[in-house]
Design a protein around this ligand. Structure first.
Ligand code: FAD
Ligand code: DHB
Length: 393
């Protein structure tokens, strides 16, 4: 078996693992990133798209913001549609001038990979981590399987940035592994289409047929979502059915049809909330989806993951450079307070925008919440601040 040594072994090259590697690298902490998928796969994986104000600054501070600032779309407002009317929430006016940046998650991932490879830092694709050992000793190690066989990496700390179905959260003892969990009775069908955006700002829409979201990636690419039944498969959704349903849900008394184009990517994602009870076990630290999942309605998943890493990088640097354990000791509690704030906001957005076929009382409450969100300055201010910068509040 091949043997390696590093200070921090990072499992997973999603946004969390890659940003952690970058921040540690810049602070002179040696680290290795292992990813079970290929470079092509992680660079093409279409997921989130909204980057909070403070998280865009974090990416900048990490030296990875050059293309994000050049190509990212800066938005100062967001639209809500319900009962065939449209209402704009002026995010920047309500949130101290701050804005969001629309920039695909896979672009953040591409930028971080390019920087890492340029710097000559270790990034092992096609390496699946199979075991984490000695986590409560002074000599933890991880084992991975790659194309050329097995590899063992001895390290001082392990960062589990491998998503919710990775190996890291499964390595927690059962007491800690206990999770707070909720599943929602709907999924999202997401598409990427070669069509110029119809709207300049994102549109969150509640319609009696279900939820719809209008987003975009560039002047020529639109990203749209439909709330669907959890049992729905892609086979049940032809292109025509997708566009008809998007048009039906997004229609208002004033607007015409949305721009259509070739659908270049499509997927269905189940919606869940998950929070682990602790984000640290001995020398293992969890960050991002490995520790928590939010339903996507608040656009918080990637932002939360990157915000965890901001705290973790600082804690690891303090320990490894200055032998100061203070931030490590508070890592889990510091992160979980923010994570629960994001769970609350994501739950609020989700519950407000997805109609319930079987519960008209619930539907009445949802519409009352929506009216309050767009008509009450106090309610829209809370919404705007959470939407734009929850992870830095
Ligand atoms: P991930 O991005 O999941 O990265 C984890 C990495 O670890 C992966 O590359 C994985 O291959 C790797 N890995 C796993 N196991 C191992 C192992 N044993 N060894 C080595 N590597 C391993 N959020 C939004 O805000 N809006 C959205 O529209 C949205 N859509 C989503 C769609 C899908 C299908 C999914 C799954 C998530 C979506 N999210 C969305 C959430 C958002 O993408 C995540 O919150 C974000 O990716 C979290 O980043 P991460 O680095 O923690 O985890
Ligand atoms: C996008 C995804 C989200 O989950 C969201 O709430 C807003 C936008 C997007 O992919 O652009």
């Amino acid at each position: 078996m091949k043997e390696l040594r590093t200070q921090v072994a990072i499992v997973g090259a999603g946004p969390a693992g890659l940003l952690l590697g970058q921040l540690l690298q810049r602070s002179g902490v040696d680290n290795v990133v292992l990813e079970r998928r290929s470079r092509e796969y992680v660079e093409q994986r279409v997921r989130a798209g909204v980057i909070e104000f403070g998280i865009a600054n974090l990416i900048d501070d990490a030296g990875a913001g050059e293309r994000l600032r050049r190509e990212g779309l800066v938005h100062h407002g967001v639209e809500f549609r319900f009962e065939r009317n449209a209402y704009r929430v002026p995010l920047s006016d309500l949130a101290d001038g701050k804005s969001i940046t629309v920039y695909g998650q896979q672009e953040v991932v591409k930028d971080l990979i390019a920087l890492r490879l340029q710097a000559g830092a270790s990034l092992l694709f096609d390496h699946e981590v199979t075991a984490l050992d000695g986590l409560t000793t002074d000599e933890p190690s991880i084992e991975a399987e790659g194309v050329d066989g097995k590899i063992r990496i001895s390290c001082e700390y392990v960062a589990g940035c491998d998503g919710s179905f990775g190996v890291a959260n499964r390595s927690l003892p059962t007491g800690i592994l206990r999770k707070y969990e909720r599943t929602y009775p709907f999924s999202w069908l997401g598409i990427l289409a070669e069509a110029p955006p119809t709207s300049e700002e994102l549109i969150y829409c509640r319609h009696e047929n279900g939820f719809a979201l209008y987003s975009m990636r560039s002047p020529t690419l639109s990203r749209l979502y439909l709330g669907v039944r959890p049992s729905d498969t892609l086979g049940a959704w032809s292109d025509d059915r997708i566009w008809d349903e998007l048009n039906a849900r997004l229609a208002t008394v004033e607007t015409s049809e949305i721009h259509q184009g070739r659908i270049v990517e499509r997927s269905i994602t189940a919606m869940r909330s998950v929070v682990v009870t602790a984000m640290r076990h001995g020398r293992l630290f969890l960050a991002g989806d490995a520790a928590h999942i939010v339903p996507p309605t608040g656009a918080k998943g990637m932002n939360l993951a990157l915000a965890d890493v901001r705290v973790l990088a600082e804690a690891l640097v303090a320990r490894l450079h200055d032998n100061d354990d203070t931030l490590m000791a508070t890592y889990s509690a510091t992160c979980l307070e923010r994570v629960w704030r994001a769970e609350e906001f994501s739950n609020y957005m989700t519950q407000m925008l997805h109609p319930n076929d079987e519960d008209d009382f619930e539907n009445g409450v949802q519409l009352a919440r929506l009216r309050q969100a767009v008509h009450s300055r106090e309610a829209s201010t809370v919404l705007a601040r959470n939407y734009v910068d929850l992870n830095s509040l």
